[in-house]
Design a protein around this ligand. Structure first.
Ligand code: ZN
Length: 169
């Protein structure tokens, strides 16, 4: 498998992160769309969907089969690829859980956004290695609109290449 960069446009990053903040303390979820080449996936559009998990949504999310179908239709109609699913981890790191791994499908990038006490924290992306049924972290490039370097997030949180030491290639 090639190690593609996941390059998320400012518009798509902002949709995902704002959805994560607005859903806090619950998990949000949604799909994202774009194009891909050998080197990178470019995420141009992110669209929230309803977390259809019954009961406590602070540690779980679920996307209905109907919403998956609509997402595939949206991709076709807009001549884009359905590249993956994002969700948030309220008060937890943006590291994929055992539960996330169990639900993961091939091909999709799984973007996870950590929100701590309602504030955006970190963003990471994971992709299933089918051969050993484990996640590999993807290198992510993203940017958040309307945030200066001096924001309350402190420095590097406004735009980022994920740091190389966290990448296992
Ligand atoms: Zn999760």
């Amino acid at each position: 498998m090639t190690n593609q960069l996941l390059n998320i446009t400012e518009e798509a990053s902002t949709v995902m992160i704002e959805d994560a903040i607005n859903a806090f303390p619950n998990e949000c979820c949604g799909f994202f769309y774009g194009t891909e080449s050998e080197e990178e996936r470019i995420v141009t559009i992110a669209r929230p969907v309803l977390n259809s998990k019954e009961g406590d949504q602070r540690r779980r999310f679920e996307i209905s089969p109907f919403d998956y179908m609509k997402a595939e239709q949206f991709a076709l109609q807009n001549d884009l690829l359905l590249l993956g699913v994002y969700h948030s981890h309220p008060n937890h790191p943006s590291v994929a859980s055992i539960h996330d791994l169990a639900k993961a499908m091939p091909y999709f990038s799984y973007v996870i956004i950590s929100v701590m006490e309602g504030e955006f924290n970190t963003i990471q992306s994971w992709r299933l290695r089918e051969d050993i049924r484990e996640f590999r972290e993807e290198e992510v490039c993203w940017k958040l609109a309307n945030r200066s370097q001096e924001s309350e997030f402190g420095g590097s949180a406004t735009s980022s290449h994920s740091s190389p030491h966290r990448i296992h290639q």
